[in-house]
Ligand binder design. Sequence first.
Ligand code: PHE
Length: 339
Amino acid sequence: MANQLEEIRLELENSQVSDAEALEQFRMRFIGRKNVIGDLFSAMRNVPNEEKKAYGQQVNELKNLAQAKFQEHIDSLAAGKGETEDHADLTLPPLHSEFGSIHPLTATRQRFIEIFERIGFNVSSGPEIEDDWHNFTALNFPENHPAREMQDTFFIEKNPDIALRTHTSSVQIRVMENEKPPIRTLSPGRVFRNEAISARAHCVFHQMEGLYVDKGVSFADLKQTLYHFAKEMYTKDTQVRFRPSYFPFTEPSAEIDISCQICHGEGCNICKHTGWVEIGGSGMVDPNVLANCGIDPEVYSGFAFGMGIERITMLRYGIKDLRLFTENDIRFLKQFNSL
Ligand code: PHE
């Protein structure tokens, strides 16, 4: 009897399990419903009374040992030891895993924010579904302005008008209604316009709005800020040009052009052989807009800009067709793996 106990103890101590099948065999022999340790318990009735206690203790120990060993085998199989231990070639290069990558529009948005955070701007956001007040009226759009018309705006409801926002300028209003100057904020987001999709236009695109309101903010601040931005986003020799323009919510207003990043002035299709590419609109916040938001235009002034994130990204990476951003073609997206 004692011999048999010792044999089983040794068998357990020396047991090795290299695969799932061997583990199952171990389980059946030592743990399963009819196992050898159970047989030892059954044999208890043949043990003389005075030895029963010691015998029972020993069998119990074996039972615990079997359970401990079983867990050990499970753990070592799970850790990839056992079966693979002898075969793994640690000199092989690792299997390539696809982690995905940051979308180029996201990378540009992040860079944009990085540049402006360092000069004291925070980030704000507003809803993509807007009311007439925030998208148009508070921004000084006259009642009959063409931008309100059906051909440009996706209306969700009429009277009162609810629409998909046509620009991120609506967030200017939301920030100015809720905060006191000084305000320095960037508002990135999706905007919607009823336009046919082409290489240069889409009915859904992204803008980055900028707003700076404080005492004594001037057009010189606007220009200097955008010079700084262009050099940081592109290269130190990037030129910025302001072209007089019109927006209901800024006065004076200017279109922002930068020197073409594709041909560097040689002339190409992207800049239509002018050497300049438009990246957005800008201007001094119209006093009416400040007043609409409860900010005294006699005390405060500000500048604002709105830029197209798609356009900025296309110039950054030499992307010639805006549709690539939303087609989800892996061959396109993979080229930005290092972002
Ligand atoms: N909201 C304008 C547009 O979408 C851009 C702009 C923003 C112009 C801020 C001036 C100031 O075209």
